[in-house]
Design a protein around this ligand. Structure first.
Ligand SMILES: [Zn+2]
Length: 455
């Protein structure tokens, strides 16, 4: 859901808001992606080579989308008035364009990594200490899907490979979800183009790019055929890239072996809700729809185990007659927004919408909009339920200003900190970024500090 919005806004931004993009940030002598100490002492090179996500195993690649966090700071694409890629240092918490060209106006010029107007950006990830950007370039006659790589300090950007070139034909097109993952020097990228009435898929394919050789192959028997089924939720672990694919009404979990180029379907229990995480080389965890059952599957034995269910939480409610109270309710799989891991713990963000419901006595009521995160350890015990409505309003905001209901809950795990980006339902283009200590989050009582607001 989030990614679709991202792409839509990216294109809208690129088409309509260039004139507003000249707003320049005070950047002083700072450079994106370089810690203050390192700028003073260039001998401290080892700092720059630290792992991007400390708690995530060396050989695990999380999915993409939204903000990217490194040990030094975070990177994101802003669709607001400061259109373009941004970097925000973790210490100074001051955002700046991801560009170190002196006197740059960040106006879409070809030397500006942050705002280069030649490309529509489709997806991005940080891999091997570079920001990889999946981009579409549109020429007079062609659509070119390309993979680019930018330096984390914004000093340079180059084209890594052209995934495919499509000739322009009659009619308007739109670009829908085009996700990617990079794992063990292999990129898997969706190429997705629709007629702009959004009813016909014109081209769909999943490309596999070998970053060592530049060779492109396709997962689909009929590469780029309009009937190919979309894939989603890429993850990398060991020699494999995992992904979901729909077959009729069912969702299936696949994995692709990077060196052998083979693909296998995992025989999960019925009702796979489409959310999974890789626990180790032999085990995936996945969620079944209905009562949010957390199950495991072992590749070596083919065994499925119904491990546990996501626990009930107290729900605040008020009835149509104006009576309020607390009730217990099962977590419904439709309320679960994501399934993530930091390598040690598993996280299930849950968003309860305004829903009409009936309690045991037959009272009709509407549940309040609430956002929780259920945290499980590796033994699959639920160790915390974090209520994300803590400590609002935010310092520095008028109390009346913080009536915003979250539309998405994107959590980003980095070392001892967890970042949370929130888009309110009222204005999905805005993002608020908060930060808390990981240890407080695991104890169920995070104290979020406001980092900044991206308009
Ligand atoms: Zn620039």
């Amino acid at each position: 859901m989030r990614k679709k919005r991202w792409i839509l806004w990216t294109i809208v931004c690129l088409l309509g808001l260039w004139a507003l993009a000249g707003c320049k940030k005070e950047s002083g002598q700072e450079q994106p992606g370089v810690q203050q100490e390192e700028q003073k002492d260039t001998g401290k090179k080892e700092n720059k080579n630290k792992k991007t996500h400390k708690f995530v195993p060396e050989d695990y690649a999380p999915g993409t989308g939204g903000m990217m966090v490194t040990d030094n700071g975070f990177y994101y694409y802003s669709c607001g008035t400061d259109l373009g890629y941004h970097y925000c240092d973790r210490t100074t918490k001051r955002p700046m364009y991801l560009c170190n060209k002196p006197e740059c106006r960040h106006d879409g010029n070809e030397f500006c990594v942050a705002t280069n107007a030649r490309y529509y950006y489709l997806d991005e990830c940080i891999y091997s200490e570079k920001l990889f950007l999946y981009a579409l370039e549109v020429t007079e006659t062609q659509y070119l899907f390309k993979l680019l790589a930018a330096e984390l300090d914004g000093s340079a950007m180059n084209e890594v490979a052209t995934i495919t070139t499509l000739e322009k034909t009659e009619g308007n097109i739109s670009i829908d979800n085009c996700g990617m993952i990079i794992h063990r020097n292999t990129a898997m990228l969706e190429v997705h183009m629709e007629d702009s009435d959004m009813e016909d898929v014109r081209y769909y394919g999943v490309a596999v790019l070998n970053l060592n050789t530049g060779e492109v192959s396709w997962l689909d028997e009929d590469p780029l055929g309009g009937d190919n089924v979309e894939v989603s939720r890429f993850r990398g672990y060991g020699d494999w890239i995992y992904y979901c694919r729909k077959e009729g009404k069912k969702k299936l979990l696949h994995r692709y072996h990077i060196t052998e180029k083979t693909d296998e379907v995992c025989k999960l229990l019925t009702g796979f809700a489409g959310y999974y995480e890789v626990k180790d080389a032999d085990t995936v965890l996945y969620l079944r729809s209905g009562m949010s059952e957390l199950c495991s599957y072992r590749y070596s034995t083919g065994e499925n185990v119904e491990e546990t269910r996501i626990m009930t939480v107290n729900r605040y409610y008020y009835t149509l007659d104006g009576i309020s109270g607390v009730t217990e309710d099962y977590v419904e799989a439709t309320d679960i927004l994501d399934f993530q891991t930091d390598g040690e713990y598993f996280y299930f963000p849950e968003l309860v919408r305004w829903l009409g419901s009936t309690d045991e006595e037959g009272n009709q009521y509407s549940r309040l909009d609430k956002a929780y995160v259920h945290v499980f350890n590796k033994e699959l015990e639920e160790i915390a339920v974090v209520d994300l409505a803590l400590e609002f309003p935010i310092p520095g905001f008028e109390e009346t200003e913080w009536t915003k209901r979250p539309f998405t809950i994107d959590l980003h795990y980095c070392g001892e900190e967890i970042f949370w980006t929130l888009s309110p339902q009222e204005n999905m283009a805005e993002e608020y970024i908060f930060c808390c200590k990981r240890s407080d989050f695991l104890a169920g009582t995070p104290e979020f500090t406001f980092v900044y607001r991206q308009e």
